[in-house]
Design a protein around this ligand. Structure first.
Ligand code: NAI
Ligand code: 15L
Length: 271
């Protein structure tokens, strides 16, 4: 784990989505970035351990979100629906939920947010293209669209209220890359923590978009517009390449999942 690189920049740091896959991975790591780590989720996160507190909240409920944010000085926002789903569900958790979060941040004077955006904001670019933060959004479904909304919402709250946000377009953050696509999109848990630490500690963050990926040889994303964040990945999917090739077959290049960066998300879902 990358605990040694963490800088204790915040007094009370809120982690939403704490019961999820990334929340669980970040929980022990982010304790090194703050004095108190406040864990929140709709689901049970278990009992608070030393240096932690727990505030259960539904992002769709404004009062619960207000109580969740009160007293915090920075937010790592992972909570919400993390895959393609019917619009009504995405609307509540990801769109209304993000609005509640920023309203609470404004009212409670929180000035820095790390927002778990997604590569699915730009999922309809081709795997043969290299894109950067200034390329227009091309969401690959309602899920990606909700993350594009979150990025624009964050920009509005920066322009109007000076709340700085890093919109981290996470690629695929799992213990290992699961398939050939993830050799390009993989982000190790330690690099995710390094990236969040950089977002929390860089002197001037502004409203920034950064792609969340490890130092993979094959990549579709150019992070040159995010150098001010100071993220230097230390892991790479390359060490998994031979094993991934051995257990997977060559992609069918007529399949949209093999053509577009969003992979199977470009054809997933209710429409
Ligand atoms: P996850 O689905 O495991 O965790 C999401 C958490 O949000 C869950 O614990 C869930 O209970 C909570 N949640 C859902 N609706 C909620 C609501 N209405 N109120 C409060 N909490 C609610 O997802 P994972 O993989 O941990 O991802 C975390 C974040 O990172 C998500 O926002 C996801 O969209 C984003 N992300 C993750 C990627 C990955 O590779 N794991 C890639 C790109 C983005
Ligand atoms: C995401 O946004 C999802 O939350 C995650 O489950 C992965 O599927 C990832 O993108 C991906 O594109 O691999």
């Amino acid at each position: 784990m990358s605990h040694a690189i963490a800088i204790k920049t915040h007094r009370r740091l809120l982690l939403t989505g704490a019961a999820g896959g990334l929340g669980t991975a970040l929980r022990p790591r982010l304790k090194h970035n703050c004095e108190v780590l406040r864990l929140s989720d709709l689901a049970d996160v278990g009992a608070a351990q030393a240096g932690e507190e727990v505030v259960q909240a539904d992002l769709a409920n404004a009062d619960q979100v207000d109580a969740m944010v009160a007293g915090c000085d920075a937010i790592v926002h992972l909570g919400g629906i993390s895959v393609e789903a019917p619009f009504a569900a995405i609307l509540q958790a990801n769109i209304v939920g993000a609005y509640h979060l920023y309203e609470a941040a404004r009212q409670h004077g929180v000035k820095r947010v790390v927002f778990a955006s997604s590569n699915h904001v730009t999922g309809f670019y081709k795997q043969s293209e290299t894109i950067h933060a200034d390329h227009p959004a091309r969401p690959d479904g309602f899920y990606g669209l909700s993350k594009a909304f979150g990025e624009d919402l964050a920009r509005l709250y920066f322009d109007r209220h000076g709340i700085e946000t890093a919109c981290v377009r996470i690629g695929s953050s799992f213990p290992e890359p699961k398939d050939r696509r993830m050799l390009a999109t993989w982000l190790s848990y330690d690099d995710l923590h390094r990236l969040i630490t950089a977002c929390l500690s860089t002197p001037v963050l502004g409203h920034s978009i950064v792609f969340g990926m490890s130092d993979n040889a094959v990549t579709w994303w150019d992070n040159s517009r995010a150098r001010h964040i100071g993220f230097v990945p230390k892991d790479s999917s390359d060490v998994f390449r031979d094993a991934v090739y051995a257990r997977t077959s060559a992609p069918d290049l007529s399949d949209p999942a093999a053509i577009y960066q969003g992979g199977a998300f470009v054809k997933a879902g209710p429409f």
